[in-house]
Design a protein around this ligand. Structure first.
Ligand code: FAD
Length: 301
């Protein structure tokens, strides 16, 4: 007679499945856009809006990190995809911001969207500004127009770790006062004694009490410790040569000057070749290059 009460009943264990991390998910298929919700929209100028997003999948939210100067591919479902620089600081977790100009199909569709609507995001892609290398040095950020979008990420990142940097100078040029973006943020930086700020416009109106003229004008007036200074530049292509000439007159070496390029691109991962200049892909080798590299890329400037 069997004694069932002495028999150990062992239930088979469920096979252990390790949860997939957000990083693994993103790496598994970098062509897959992840859904992100618009959490706030701010009209900055008649043509630019600042959008804040949060991924709907918490694992992606946690895994998403970027360097200042990197970009994402933003898709509006059923319309298309466009590369857009991340404008918020890497120290802001869970959310990220994109400053977007209404330019064509995708950006027009995005501008028509509301808070709560969903978009697709791939990335972040490319190489950004060398934040760690810049630590312990003075930094001059020169932005023209929409170029302030990626530089804002760098400036805010410096702001969050201000004691790790020397003198920080921000020069931002716009065509008219109406086109000046992030006014409140500039006012905040203006009140800090540890940022030197130059806002300049080409065509002032009665409301303007800042500087007038192109961004090279304030650089000429700066007292710069060349051996200890990094330059970070982003703006319309025409601006680069003049700004670099001015920084060179101050004896900042080419390998301490960083420029961010915009080129038509598709995949964002150095596969399709749309953004190739010379032997480099702007999407994966850049979009931020140091000028020493950039000047050797045929057709870059
Ligand atoms: C690395 C990178 C970062 C960018 N960051 C931002 C950003 O932060 N904010 C923002 O608003 N835009 C940014 N752009 C530009 C944006 O990707 C283009 O304006 C994009 O074409 C918009 O898509 P669309 O479908 O709305 O316009 P489209 O229908 O593609 O085109 C609108 C017009 O812009 C032209 N165009 C397309 N791409 C470019 C380009 N790269 N440079 C100049 N002209 C172009 C087209 O030929 C067309 O005339 C960035 C581009 C790159 C490559």
């Amino acid at each position: 007679m069997s004694n069932t009460s002495n028999t150990l009943q062992v239930k088979p264990l469920a096979p252990y499945v390790r949860p997939i991390s957000g990083t693994e998910l993103m790496q598994a298929n970098p062509y897959r856009p992840w859904s992100a919700r618009i959490t706030s929209i701010e009209q900055l100028t008649p043509t630019e809006k600042l959008f804040e997003f949060r991924f709907t999948d918490e694992r992606i939210c946690e895994a998403f990190h970027h360097e200042p100067g990197q970009f994402v591919e933003l898709s509006v479902f059923g319309v298309g995809e466009a590369p857009i620089s991340i404008s918020s600081s890497p120290s802001k977790h869970g959310f990220f911001e994109l400053c977007v100009r209404r330019a064509g199909a995708v950006t027009r569709a995005l501008h028509d969207m509301q808070c709560g609507d969903l978009v697709g995001i791939r990335g972040p892609f490319g190489h950004g500004f060398p934040f760690e290398k810049m630590k312990g040095h003075d930094v001059i950020c020169v932005a023209g127009g929409l170029g302030i979008a990626p530089l804002r990420s760098l400036i805010n990142n410096i702001h969050d770790e201000r004691s790790s940097f020397g003198k920080v100078t921000i020069i931002y040029g716009s065509r008219t006062p109406k086109e000046v973006m992030f006014r409140e943020q500039f006012e905040m930086w203006q009140h800090r004694l540890d940022f030197d700020l130059y806002l300049t416009v080409d065509h002032p109106d009665d409301t303007w009490d800042g500087h007038v003229g192109v961004v090279t004008k304030p650089i000429a007036e700066l007292d710069i410790d060349a051996s200890n200074t990094f330059g970070a530049i982003c703006g319309p292509p025409v601006m680069y040569r003049f700004v670099i000439d001015e920084l060179r007159k101050k004896h900042i070496s080419y390998d301490h000057i960083y420029v961010s390029f915009e080129r038509n691109m598709k995949c964002g991962m150095g596969k399709c070749g749309h953004c190739q200049i010379g032997h480099q892909y702007v999407c994966s080798d850049g979009p931020v290059f140091n000028y020493w590299e950039a000047k050797n890329i045929q057709g870059s400037m």
